[in-house]
Design a protein around this ligand. Structure first.
Ligand code: NI
Length: 268
């Protein structure tokens, strides 16, 4: 590393996968452009670049340049991929990987593309990262509702109240936990996918959701009989339940939101 400061910049482009008149100015890029005039896939592409910030403008890269790269280069390629009849070329993984090199080729001097995240639904995302070139990471989110009580048996009631506050209520309290599971690997040459989404869903449902959903974690789940079900420990337990379950595809990350404001993440 040299001593110059390196900054990351991410631009999110929202669009419907439809033919758009080239050259037309986006009318409402906040809601997505091209707009979904008729039923069409609505996608989000997050482009992350790294580089040095220009001292005069304060810019790493003009976001107009990133928007134009996505709209002129990436979207037409994705549309083409979407319309491919053969499976391997129309997967989300293929759609993502096919736009990497063309986008790299239109980056301005000194600006390096390091990450692309394609969100195909609000709950399913595909990520390419420059440091793990040929891999694609797949992240899907899940939800379960459960009760828990934060409490350490070896501490006095006063100590428990001091540390855990209302979370140590003897009869527990509940959360709607959101679990984000990320797996990664090279897309299979035959299927074009890293992991079939239905297998990802089935494994997480069987090993995590069915086990914890509508349960009292301390009372109903053996793992928490002697382990405080903090969001950190829940994350670790879920990681243990999923590690190895997607072989030969590896588990990369588990993130658990206890509330929209609090989450823990574990990457092994
Ligand atoms: Ni709680």
């Amino acid at each position: 590393m040299n001593d110059k400061h390196v900054m990351e910049l991410t631009r999110e482009v929202r669009f419907s996968l439809v033919d758009a008149e080239s050259g037309t100015k986006p009318l409402n890029s906040w809601a997505g452009w091209p707009a979904s005039v008729r039923l069409a896939p609505y996608l989000v592409l997050r482009v992350t670049v790294v580089g040095e910030v220009d001292a005069r403008t304060g810019y790493l890269c003009n976001i107009v340049t990133l928007d134009r790269a996505v709209r002129d280069v990436a979207i037409p390629l994705m549309l083409k991929s979407h319309r491919q009849s053969n499976n391997q070329d129309s997967t989300h993984e293929a759609m993502l990987q096919k736009v990497v090199a063309p986008l790299e080729s239109v980056m301005p001097d000194g600006v390096e593309l390091i990450r692309l995240e394609l969100r195909v639904t609000p709950f399913l995302a595909y990520t390419w990262r420059k440091d793990i070139l040929n891999m694609v990471q797949v992240t899907q989110s899940f939800e379960f509702a459960a009760a828990h009580r934060l409490h350490c048996a070896e501490l006095s009631d006063d100590e428990n109240r001091r540390i855990f506050g209302k979370c140590t209520n003897p009869n527990g309290h509940g959360h709607n936990y959101v679990v984000e599971v990320t797996v990664g690997g090279e897309p299979d040459a035959q299927s074009g996918t890293v992991l079939e989404v239905d297998r990802l869903e089935r494994v997480v449902k069987e090993r995590v959701i069915d086990v914890f959903d509508h349960k009292h974690l301390n009372l109903d789940c053996a793992e928490f009989a002697d382990l405080n079900p903090s969001v950190e420990n829940i994350t670790r337990v879920i990681w243990n339940r999923l590690e190895g379950a997607f072989d030969p595809v590896s588990l990369k990350k588990v993130r658990v939101y206890e509330t929209p404001k609090t989450y823990a993440e574990f990457s092994g």
